[in-house]
Design a protein around this ligand. Structure first.
Ligand SMILES: NC(=O)c1ccc[n+]([C@@H]2O[C@H](COP(=O)([O-])OP(=O)(O)OC[C@H]3O[C@@H](n4cnc5c(N)ncnc54)[C@H](O)[C@@H]3O)[C@@H](O)[C@H]2O)c1
Length: 247
């Protein structure tokens, strides 16, 4: 494995499971010092242990609700205190609710947008304030940013807005030497996929050939976060095994 992140510090939100954990381990295996952020202390601590095992010189598992701006500020400040710099932010934490459009309350919308959009907004703001030149932000959107299914309106809206945030960050990041890109995962073999009521009920049909592994998404995230992608910013990369391209 090449070591594209030696001497760099990466924050990965939702780093305790699924795509986030695969990303933590991929960045760790390439030499990054990693902060794995999540809601569950056991999972984030395990992610940090696994990251050290995978090659991270240092790793920290941090409990932080990405929707809570004050907690995000404290967590980034502590990451800077421990590791002294910030090079990569992967905004991966996400959640979904499933309801007919008319049943969503304002509180439901705020809950989903709070995590899936505002979480990325908070970390982007702090990245702009503290990131070293040459830094990179990678936002984990979804194919739902482009096409969607019934019952997930706030999630689809949040993921579409994350692409817009990515564009804005890429434009305003240019002079700061910060790149911002997004990946749009298709169906990925994580609990989030198989616990999805739309998948269980068949509303969202998943061909097993269309299901990728968390490591497939982590590889694309690592590319966009790395200097290999130094001329790539504002991009939205579908990592979906071709699912979006189908009629
Ligand atoms: N699995 C898929 O098929 C798929 C497809 C497209 C996009 N995605 C996106 O990939 C990302 C990762 O999802 P995953 O499939 O690995 O599922 P996952 O449920 O394993 O990961 C989501 C992570 O986000 C964390 N999280 C949720 N709310 C949080 C909060 N308020 N603060 C901090 N952490 C929080 C969870 O603890 C969890 O670790 C999500 O943004 C999801 O929308 C997943």
């Amino acid at each position: 494995m090449t070591a594209r992140f030696t001497d760099q510090v990466a924050i990965v939100t939702g780093g305790g499971s699924g795509i986030g954990l695969a990303t933590v381990l991929r960045l760790a295996s390439e030499g990054a010092r990693v902060v794995a952020i999540g809601l569950d202390p056991g999972r984030t601590e395990r992610a940090a242990q696994q990251a050290r095992g995978a090659g991270a010189p240092e790793a920290w598992g941090a409990v932080c609700d990405v929707a809570d701006e004050a907690t995000v500020e404290r967590t980034v400040a502590e990451a800077l205190r421990r590791f002294g710099r910030l090079d990569v932010v992967v905004n991966n934490a996400g959640m979904m609710l499933f309801k007919p459009l008319q049943d969503y309350t304002s509180a439901d919308w705020q809950r989903v947008l709070g995590v899936d959009l505002m979480g990325a907004v908070h970390f982007t703001r702090l990245a702009f304030l503290h990131m070293a030149k040459g830094g990179a932000i990678v936002n984990v959107a979804s194919v739902h940013a482009a096409m969607t299914t019934p019952l997930v309106a706030p999630y689809a809206a949040a993921k579409a807005a994350v692409l817009s945030l990515t564009r804005s960050a890429s434009i305003e990041g240019r002079d700061k030497g910060i790149r911002a890109n997004a990946v749009l995962p298709g169906a990925v073999d994580t609990p989030m996929l198989w616990e999805n009521p739309n998948v269980k009920s068949g509303v969202e049909k998943i061909d097993p050939k269309d299901v990728g592994k968390p490591e497939d998404i982590a590889a694309a995230i690592a590319f966009l976060a790395s200097d290999d992608a130094r001329f790539v910013t504002g991009a939205a990369l579908a990592v979906d095994g071709g699912r979006l391209a189908k009629l």
